[in-house]
Design a protein around this ligand. Structure first.
Ligand code: SF4
Ligand code: SF4
Length: 216
């Protein structure tokens, strides 16, 4: 796109009215193709649906899924099959939300869901099964809310997760510095250059006013 087309896009947008969404009080309709986030599903009895087959990782065009399956312990099986997903990770920096992993899954273990809906499911689970889950949805409030939500049967710190992250979103921590950057890099140089000119001008005038031969 050339610079003229770029300006044309900008001008077209200027003529449109501003769109202010009063989220979360008013929820704007999502685009039809918006997918949401992945969730690893369970059966009604609490058994995990994932069997660690790695099919989702195989079809992922962005190569962002890492699955490691493991044999189910006979005394306390995690899933109904022989194996279960011992590790299941998605790198959201690379995910393009194409949905192929959801289609490939033979057990319907992965689903796309909107964060609000996932939180409702998570809250219902921890409330319904207080003996099974700690009453804390890790990721709901940490650093202002993360893309990952975890339910635990033990305190997060026992599982090696940090609990001192606070609830302030990380962008807020750097906002003060970033707002100060224009001040430092634009206003300060302009001020110093202006002062420099003023000082130079006053020196020139002093030299002009001084009598011939007299040096100041
Ligand atoms: S949605 Fe697409 S890119 Fe994202 S993890 Fe699934 S297959 Fe990979
Ligand atoms: S999420 Fe589905 S496709 Fe992926 S490893 Fe688990 S069972 Fe297999």
């Amino acid at each position: 796109m050339g610079w003229f087309s770029g300006f044309a896009v900008t001008l077209r947008q200027i003529r449109k009215g501003k769109v202010t969404e009063r989220f979360p009080f008013e929820k704007a309709p999502k685009p039809v193709r918006a997918h949401g986030r992945h969730v690893l599903n369970r059966y009604e009895d609490g058994m995990e649906k994932c069997i660690g087959c790695e099919l989702c990782a195989g079809v992922c065009p962005a190569r962002c899924i890492f699955v490691r399956g493991a044999d189910n312990p006979p005394e306390s099986p995690v899933s109904p099959g022989e194996r279960y997903g011992f590790v299941y990770e998605i790198n959201y920096l690379r995910c393009i939300l194409c949905g192929l992993c959801i289609e490939a899954c033979p057990t319907g273990a992965t689903l796309f869901g909107k964060k609000r809906e996932l939180l409702e499911i998570a809250r219902a689970r921890v409330t319904a099964e207080p003996d099974k889950y700690v009453q804390h949805i890790y990721g709901e409030h940490e650093v202002g809310g993360t893309g990952w939500l975890y339910l635990f049967g033990a305190a997060p710190e026992k599982l090696g997760l940090r609990t001192n992250l606070g609830t302030t979103p990380y962008p807020e921590l750097t906002a003060g510095f970033l707002y100060g950057v224009p001040l430092v890099f634009v206003l300060w140089p302009s001020l110093l250059i202006g002062l420099n000119y003023l000082i130079k001008d006053s020196k020139v005038e002093e030299t002009k006013e001084a009598p011939h031969g007299e040096q100041r």
